[in-house]
Design a protein around this ligand. Sequence first.
Ligand code: 5GP
Ligand code: ZN
Length: 136
Amino acid sequence: MKNNDCIFCKITNGEIPSVTIYEDELFQVILDRGPASKGHALILPKQHYEDIYELSEEMTAKAFVLAKKLAEKMTKALSCDGFNIVQNNKEASGQTVFHFHIHLIPRFINDDAKVGWTVHDITEEEMQSIAKQLNF
Ligand code: 5GP
Ligand code: ZN
């Protein structure tokens, strides 16, 4: 299914141009138009899923296997020194386009890409309490 108001649906429909680096039946991989680094790309499912919570396990598995394969190929092709794979869900996480996507971010020693967070202090007790809450 597509969403008429979604910019990534418009891209996978061909209504909005994009630079595509890979395509198959299920996914289109495009260069990000606001790249964090040279080669920053986005894996887009061709169907509209808002985020990972809407994606089936099968599609999730395929998307992340594709991320690994492309990380390997891009690393060779660009001779990058490292690689970030980032995937945001919901506004609180920084998601700005609400069509599931995986960021593929090649990293180069001394590049200025910023993928990170503030490090907080935590006590052993707090960690035990969180682990209890997350005891699946
Ligand atoms: P998010 O913040 O949702 O994880 O990432 C959305 C990404 O989509 C951003 O990195 C942004 O630069 C990229 N983006 C937004 N609109 C377009 C577009 O029209 N074309 C392309 N190629 N990338 C886009
Ligand atoms: Zn969409």
